[in-house]
Every structure is written in structure tokens, then in C-alpha cells.
Design a protein around this ligand. Sequence first.
Ligand code: BES
Ligand code: MN
Ligand code: MN
Length: 462
Amino acid sequence: MENITNYIQQNKERFINELIELLKIPSVSADSAYSQDVIDTSEAVKRSLEKAGCDNVEICETDGYPIVYAEKIIDPNLPTVLVYGHYDVQPPDPMELWTSPPFEPVIKKTDIHPEGAIFARGACDDKGQMYMHVKAFEYMIQSKTLPCNVKFMIEGEEEVGSVNLKSFVENNKEKLKNDVILISDTGMISNQQPSITTGLRGLSYVEVEITGPNRDLHSGLYGGAVANPINILSKMIASLHDENNRITIPGFYDKVEELSLKERAEMAKAPFDIEEYKKALDLKDVYGEEGYVTNERNAIRPTLDVNGIWGGYTGQGAKTVIPSKAFAKISMRLVPNQDWEEITELFTKHFIAIAPKAVTVKVTPHHGGQGYVTPIDSIGYKAANMAYTETFGIPAIPVRSGGSIPIVALFEKELKSKTILMGFGLDSDAIHSPNEHFGIFNYLKGIETIPLFYKYFVELSK
Ligand code: BES
Ligand code: MN
Ligand code: MN
């Protein structure tokens, strides 16, 4: 049997075409209009795992979208790798900003991806990255080089908070037992500089509703005499940050892990060009918490952001009206030690406390999850680093990411195992944005690197 690079060379057209087929199914978990497509995607993932050579491939029903489980147990005495990924994707909107339709994948060249990138919703997050594992597994089966046991758990509700995965994990601890969890659902610094994600932020997501008068009012007849819920909501939101861009909720920072100057100096070594960063986003300047640089603000510091705000008249022309209600969706990214349920409570209490008597406030918590940090001296980290070093020619740099995969902290709590975040996406791949894409280089490099992780993990476990 040929080695992995030959295997990829010979099969790359098929690998790309299979991924394109998967990307054509619009598995948007947030929008019930797509529910049949989400289910169809779970079936497609199931078939791909069967074809690649897994045993016991199952669709595990939940109260929401199914979890696809599969395994290959070659010897119970050998280590077991649990691969987690998600087959659901973010909504594609705003549609008009896509240069090609989100569910009609096409390969286009970009400055960063001269070899081409697949443009489609989910290309990078996470169908493309998840599918690298299926193809890496296929190679190990075909070449008879699979060195240990593998379990796959691919869910369909990651983008909506993994609500049903929690109980699935709690109720299936034995089935999911493993020595390390392997996830490709993060990014790396660049195609020249691999990195391994050693931290994820936690999340608390809430929706707020401010009610003023019991109906929309004529803004001339009533204007000035009653509270306008949009004015009030704007004021309340503005007050959540002080002049140093610190969050004003009492107790919010109490448990925040403060990094030592040494750790911060270590972080600053990762290559980063602030001018390029601004240019890529068409920004005149960056913005954030006083006393921290960009790469700290988006990784080791907690945040509070309005994700959406609405109310009143937003149609054509003008309508003179004082709305009855105003709404906002607010997310807080949290750092290790901050408990998301506690933060949700602190937010709720504070938000109600700062409202004037003239309005009523309703706060509805959505989902959330804890942050995560993992050490760089574990066998899993070392194996990942050895794998990247071999395929990229230079060692990986540990990086804390600002994103969240809430289920990772739960895995550690329930399954007592460490997660290794081997991401192959780039920040510029536009995940969650219009024109999401995934480099062909990244896709194939992932397929090439993953089997080496297995190899070194098993070697180091001996
Ligand atoms: N894959 C992302 C998370 C991510 C991306 C982490 C890049 C690090 C680097 C994941 O699909 C995601 O979008 N998570 C959500 C949280 C979830 C609860 C909706 C997020 O971070 O907003
Ligand atoms: Mn993801
Ligand atoms: Mn995502």
C-alpha cells in the first residue's frame, strides 16, 4: 500500500467531490425550515463512515437532531481516540453578500489560497474539517496502518449550543470511553505556521426584552412623556462598558484568570501583524479593553457584545412611532474559571437593576458553556505537535482561541479525558460570514497530518 502523500495524490479529486456533495445539503440547525436537510446530512455522514470502514455505525436519536456514532475497535488493549465534529452549519444570511450561492460549492483561488478553496457554508466550520477525519481514517484502513481504536461522534446541534449532546454524553460514558478526544473545529495561524489551540472561551448568551407602553404610540402625542424602550435599551447597553471598555456588571471579573507577565510574553511571540489585521477588516483602528493587546483581547479576556438589536419601525420611509418593545441578543465570551451560569445570573440581576421604573425588563437565557484550557505537556499535545512538525516542517505554536466549543469542558468533566484541538482553518476563511471557504491545501494537509497524530499518540502512550 502506498504512503499517505501518494494516497492523497491519487484520491484528491474524489476527496474534494465527496466534500462538495456533503456541502450541498443545507444543514442549518438554527432554522427549522431546514430540518429535513439536517436529518439528510446525518444520513450522509453515516454512509460516509460506513464506507470508510467503521463498524457499528448508528444514528443516535435525541430530542433534537441526531448524533452519528461509529467505531472501529481493533484491540481493547490499545488506546482509543474519540473524534468529535459537527455536521450542522450556521445560517447563510446575509445571502446577497455571497459571491456564489452558499449551498452550491465552487472552488475559487484567493491570495491566501493560491491552490484554490471550496466556497460554501460549512466548508471550514465544520463539514470540511470533520470530513478530513473520515478520509484520514479511510486511509488508515486501506493501508492497514490504523494503530489504535477509533470512535466517531458527529453531532448536528453544535451551532445551536449542543443542547442534547450533554445528556447523550452523560448517559453513554462507557460507550464513549476514550484516551484522548480529537477535534478539528478551530483554526491555525497560517498555512506556513501551524498552531494548536490550547484554550477556548466560554459563553453566556441571553436575549433581553424591554417593554414600555402597552402598544405602539404616536410619537408626537406621547413623545417626551413616556419611556421609549429603544432609547432606554440603548442607554442600558451603552452602560455595560466603562470608559476603559471594561464590563460594568458587578462581580463579572471576580473569577477571571489573570495571566502572568511571563505567560503574556509567551503569547506575544506568536506571529501577528496588526497592520495586516486592520487591512483585512478595513478598519482604521482596533478597539477593546484598555491594557491589553489585540491577541489578548480576543483570547484571554472576557467580552460582552450585542449580536442583534431590533424594535420599532425599520421599513421604508418614516413612521412616527414610539414602539412598545425593544429587543437585543447579547453574548458574553468568558475565560477559564468564570462559570457561565453564574455570569448569566449576574447579568440578569444587573440588567434588571439598571432599568428605570418606566419600563419592564425580561431576560431570557439561551445557551452557554464553560471555557477550556489544556496543558502543552500532555501526550496528546506532544503527538499533535510531532504530527504538525512532520507535515509542515516546523513545530506548532500553542494558541488560545477566542471561539467557543462548550462541549469540550463537558467532555473533560464527564469522560475525564483531554481534548486536542487540531484545527486546519484560517481566521480569514470567513466562518459564520458570507463566503465561508476552506483551502484545498488545508483540507489535504489535514488528511495528511491526522494519521500521524494517531501514530505518535500510540507510540507515546506505550
Ligand atoms: N468551530 C466554532 C468554534 C471555533 C472556531 C473555535 C474557530 C475556535 C476557532 C464553533 O462551531 C462555533 O461557532 N461555536 C460557537 C459557540 C456555539 C455555542 C454556538 C461560537 O464560538 O460562537
Ligand atoms: Mn464549529
Ligand atoms: Mn461555528
